[in-house]
Write a protein that binds this ligand. Structure first.
Ligand code: NAD
Length: 254
């Protein structure tokens, strides 16, 4: 039973931050969960924790920017559970700094981890999803896709790409019963979120509690992003396709 009963879910970045919250929540809601994260992550421990709680999960280590890693991880999840019917493209990293000091290798790395990963992962998952009769893809965008944050030209650019990726996949695959949507969080209380605030403060940008309060009330909790992703992943969102669900307490409404 549960809102994802019978689903096979793959969650990239599923061992940390909102991805971890989603791995646990999706499993509680009845999905069999493939956690894809870096070999150095807590993936094995997270999967074991889910199994200990009565859920089904495996850890498939991968750097999501590397094609052979992604192929192997998708194969491992399919071998364990069957065709993937829910894909949560969540893994992503941050860069904060002046545009004119951004080096080419940093540009390429962020584009690879945040954007190429979605291409590789979605391309590897879709054939099985199509044969299975359809599914739901949720990709993590950000408020940064529509509201530029100071000192984040590179990061904002990657998230703009994730934003359109979600929509474009929806248009190409809706005739195969595949939905593709994005979640767009505001500042979240995760490692990524904390690093961002520290990074911005270094450049004199006001990220005090009062400044965050003025923009979005408080920091977003990882579970709040996971719940939005759960809704889009589930059949409750059956006619929702190509859209962007902001989880930002009105940050972008102003
Ligand atoms: P987090 O840093 O707490 O967790 C990210 C997870 O992704 C970690 O477990 C990490 O090991 C994994 N990961 C990183 N690089 C990877 C790679 N190359 N291959 C496989 N796994 C990798 O972060 P979080 O706050 O959950 O954020 C992650 C996503 O949320 C990103 O897509 C980010 O752009 C987006 N986001 C975050 C915020 C925020 O404030 N934290 C806001 C909006 C959007």
């Amino acid at each position: 039973s549960g809102r994802l009963a019978g689903k096979i879910a793959l969650i990239s970045g599923g061992a940390g931050g909102c991805g971890l919250a989603a791995s646990e929540l999706f499993a509680q809601e009845g999905a069999k969960v493939g956690i894809v994260d870096l070999p150095s992550s807590r993936g094995e421990e997270v999967a074991a924790g889910i199994r200990a709680a009565g859920g089904e999960a495996i850890f498939a280590p991968a750097d999501v920017s590397v094609s052979r890693d992604v192929t192997a991880a998708v194969k491992a999840v399919e071998a364990a559970f069957g065709a993937i019917t829910v894909l949560f493209n969540h893994a992503g990293i941050l860069a904060v700094g002046p545009f004119l000091e951004t080096e080419e290798d940093e540009w390429d790395r962020l584009m690879a981890v945040n954007v190429r990963s979605m291409f590789l992962m979605t391309k590897a998952v879709l054939p099985g999803m199509i044969v299975a009769g359809g599914g739901s893809i949720v990709s993590t965008s950000s408020i940064s896709a529509v509201a530029a944050t100071p000192m984040e030209v590179l990061y904002d650019t990657t998230k703009g790409a994730c934003h359109m990726f979600a929509r474009a996949i929806a248009v190409e695959f809706r005739d195969r019963n595949i939905r593709s949507n994005a979640v767009c969080p505001g500042f979240i209380a995760t490692d990524h979120g904390k690093r961002e605030l520290v990074g911005l403060a270094k450049y004199g940008i006001d990220v005090s509690d009062a400044a965050i309060a003025a923009q979005q009330g408080r920091l977003c909790e990882p579970i709040e992003v996971a719940r939005a992703a759960l809704f889009l992943a589930s059949d409750e969102a059956s006619f929702i396709n190509g859209t962007h669900l902001f989880v930002d307490n009105g940050f972008t409404a102003v």
